[in-house]
Design a protein around this ligand. Structure first.
Ligand code: G3I
Length: 391
């Protein structure tokens, strides 16, 4: 099978699912998200001095994933790939999808009246030229709002501000996004509400229906993209994660009851290297419960926090690889899972070094490629998980 066929294979299976479930009504709309042919007339600055894809002796992660009907991809961890042609090349080589993670308010909204798409457009152009599918992160979140938000937004204008933001941002990339994280991290059982929603600025401004409102606007604005509810903290066999799993299922049921247009659950999957509470059966059951409610599943931000793992690099890398393998063996068994996406591809850029730095000051190593873009044991574990999967 050729590279383009493999890429299309992943996409078409998702489209087929949506046709079956009545989410994708026409051939025309399927065509609207078909992969774009690479444009060879202009080369993205990130790759201008290099070949766009170097031949590699071993099949790449995206090839192995596509063979199992899965889309593999990553957020790139940096706002611009133009200064890092080597990273850009690695992404083009390993990934079938680029997650545009700089579509947050704090990056897009310098003032209440203006938008700055510089970074997001740069990444979108890279994705276009490299024939990568794209997904957007994120339209509604409780943090990372610009300074002006608190000063300007009030219960009277909040709905208008939300509608205008979602419409403006989604329209810009309409027909080009495989999926969108429409609402991110709306659940927080510790906040003590009976609906287990987070006491967020949006909830305080608009009430709990803000979640449904956001999805309705999103569906009206770009009817051909997959609309995802994205959240974290559901992977482990702990009381906290159990309550978040229950809250997630309740929210998904609520979406169904209210007819809210949500197509998939995004499970962030920030795994923890020293955590021994992964219970394959319990997690498998959760994935099955989500699937039986009719939702697709995307693993959206996969990485392994190595903050408390041994300093020794071989031992550390081995444990990180083992965590990937245990997790993916369960995840890939669930037919509703359509994508495995990482929060960064290379240890060169990872939120973990900022948010979970190692006490010994050593660099974090949570991702499949090291800072020099060499494949690590984590890469092999992910590759083998795809190969082993019997889907
Ligand atoms: O760009 C500035 C830099 O100029 C400054 O020197 C530096 C000092 O702290 O900060 C830099 O900005 C940081 C930015 O990431 C770019 O690296 C911000 O402080 C930091 O808050 C911001 O963090 C991002 C975080 O979301 C909040 O937006 C992380 O990179 C990003 O990986 C993380 O992603 C989230 C997902 O959106 C949702 N799920 C969890 C995931 C990890 O926290």
């Amino acid at each position: 099978m050729k590279r383009r066929d493999l890429l299309y294979y992943g996409l078409s299976s998702w489209a087929a699912c949506r046709v079956q479930s009545g989410l994708l009504p026409t051939q025309a709309s399927r065509n609207a998200i078909a992969p774009i042919s690479p444009d060879t007339s202009q080369v993205h600055p990130a790759l201008s001095s290099q070949e766009s894809t170097r031949s590699h002796p071993k099949p790449t992660l995206k090839q192995r994933a596509a063979a199992k009907n899965i889309i593999y991809g990553a957020e790139c961890g940096t706002l611009s790939l133009a200064e890092e042609p080597d990273l850009a090349e690695a992404i083009a080589q390993e990934c079938a999808m680029l997650v545009i993670g700089c579509l947050k308010w704090q990056y897009l909204r310098p003032t209440p009246y203006t938008y700055d798409f510089t970074y997001a457009d740069g990444l979108a152009e890279f994705a276009r030229q490299q024939n990568l599918q794209m997904r957007g992160h994120t339209l509604v979140w409780h943090i990372e709002q610009p300074q002006w938000f608190q000063e300007i937004v009030n219960p009277q204008n909040a709905e208008r501000v939300l509608v205008e933001h979602i419409q403006t941002v989604m329209q810009r990339y309409a027909g080009r996004m495989h999926s969108w994280d429409v609402v991110n991290e709306a659940i927080q059982p510790q906040d003590g509400r009976s609906d287990q929603l987070r006491q967020s600025p949006w909830l305080n401004l608009l009430g709990s229906d803000y979640v449904d409102l956001a999805f309705h606007i999103a569906a009206d604005t770009d009817p051909d993209t997959l609309l995802v509810y994205n959240d974290y903290g559901v992977e482990y066999d702990t009381a906290d994660h159990e309550s978040r799993r229950m809250a997630t299922l309740n929210l998904l049921e609520r979406f169904k009851t209210k007819g809210t247009p949500v197509h998939a659950l995004g499970i962030q999957s920030h795994l923890v290297g020293d955590q021994s509470d992964f219970n394959p059966e319990r997690f498998r059951r959760f994935l099955g419960d989500v699937a039986s409610l009719g939702f697709k599943i995307l693993i959206t931000e996969l990485d392994v926090i190595d903050q408390k793992l041994p300093a020794n690099i071989q031992q550390r890398d081995r444990r990180v690889a083992q965590v990937y393998q245990e997790y993916l063996d369960v995840v890939l068994d669930e037919p509703a899972v359509i994508a495995i996406l990482q929060w960064g591809l290379s240890d060169r850029h990872t939120w973990i070094s900022q948010f979970f730095p190692r006490p010994d000051g050593l660099p974090s190593r949570p991702l499949p490629l090291d800072a020099e873009l060499k494949r690590k044991p984590a890469w092999s574990a992910i590759a083998q998980a795809f190969d082993r999967s019997t889907r």
